[in-house]
Design a protein around this ligand. Structure first.
Ligand code: PBG
Length: 329
């Protein structure tokens, strides 16, 4: 009789045949910051903080010392700096460029990733520039937006960002950003493209954290339909051809099939973003005592890695790294 259970008999045997392992080096921590000198707990994401610049630098150092190689920055921009053309997004003295400079000065080995999209800076709360026609119908302008994204990416590169991550889903932005970076001799700055970003209900808590929800309409003309996977392959092939260095799937947990398919399609590194709604689902159910937090969080991250992700953006990065380091895994 064939007995697969022999391979599960002892912890030693199980550890030898384990196909997937997690470590702190797999994680990228998304971090929120604001201009305020105080740190603010984020109501919509229990356990997550919006940091002052000073605290951000301190916390990033702590996170990095746990073996986490990278963070990605998300700014809350003051309402008075938001505009329809999102000019603040490429202000070299803006919050993000100042944060990049402070982080790289304090922690030179930390990989600093920035989000390239207009929603925190845009009075309309959309990732691109909005035009409203006579009937009040909204259009998100593709090519005009790409021009601004190029300026935003270049401004992050000038401040010292290692990787820029366009999360806007405009067409042609990877090639345009690559050219804009190369034109300024930033040939070593990488592009992590949000290749397949779905129009998901799971971003709600994040928009609460940054006050960046769209004022009108939704994001369905640029973010992908959750029903589609062939379209993710099309986006993968385009981003690869346009020169992306790494690709991202978002959200992660409900889209493991997309991660697996993209993994088979490309030789590029693949990242997956366990988004705010996924965080909240795991956090709230374990806070109630309905699920065991450590077990469910590590299982969710392991599953994302097993599906094919090389890197995982997760709000659990620090906690998971502490659990994994303590266990010597
Ligand atoms: C916007 C952006 C969003 C997230 C990351 N970048 C929100 C959105 O697209 O509406 C969501 C991340 C999360 O939910 O954790 N460019």
């Amino acid at each position: 009789m064939l007995r697969p259970r022999r391979n599960r008999r002892t912890p030693a045997i199980r550890s030898m045949i384990r196909e997937t392992t997690l470590s702190s080096a797999d994680f990228i921590l998304p971090m929120f910051l604001h201009e305020d000198p105080h740190d603010t707990p984020i109501d919509s994401m229990p356990g997550v903080t919006r940091w002052s610049l000073e605290s951000l630098v301190r916390e990033a150092g702590e996170v990095h010392s746990l073996g986490i190689p990278a963070i990605v920055l998300f700014p809350k921009i003051e309402e008075s700096l938001k505009s329809s053309e999102a000019e603040e997004s490429y202000n070299d003295d803006g919050l993000i460029p100042r944060a990049i400079r402070a982080l790289k000065a304090a922690h030179p080995t930390l990989c600093v990733i920035t989000d390239v999209a207009l929603d925190p800076y845009n009075a309309d709360g959309h990732d691109g520039i909005v035009r409203r026609d006579a009937h009040g119908e909204l259009t998100i302008l593709n090519d005009e937006t790409v021009g601004v994204l190029c300026q935003q990416a270049a401004s992050h590169a000038r401040a010292g960002a290692d990787i820029v991550a366009p999360s806007d889903m405009m067409d042609g932005r990877v090639a345009a950003i690559r050219e804009a970076l190369d034109d300024e001799d930033f040939t070593n700055v990488s592009i992590l493209s949000y290749t397949a970003k779905y129009a998901s209900a799971l971003y709600g808590p994040f928009r609460g954290a940054l006050d960046s929800a769209p004022k009108n309409g939704d994001k369905k003309t640029y973010q992908m339909d959750p029903a589609n996977i062939r379209e993710a392959i099309r986006e993968t092939l385009l981003d690869e051809a346009e020169g992306a260095d790494m690709l991202m799937i978002k959200p992660a947990g409900l889209y493991l099939d997309v991660i697996a398919k993209v993994r088979e399609t490309t030789t590029l590194p693949v990242a997956a973003y366990q988004v705010s709604g996924e965080y909240l689902m795991l956090k709230s159910s374990s806070a109630e005592g309905w699920l065991d937090e450590r077990t469910i969080v590590l299982e969710s991250l392991l599953s994302i890695k097993r599906a094919g992700a090389d890197m995982i953006l997760t709000y659990f990065a620090k906690q998971a790294a502490m659990w994994l380091n303590a266990k010597g895994e």
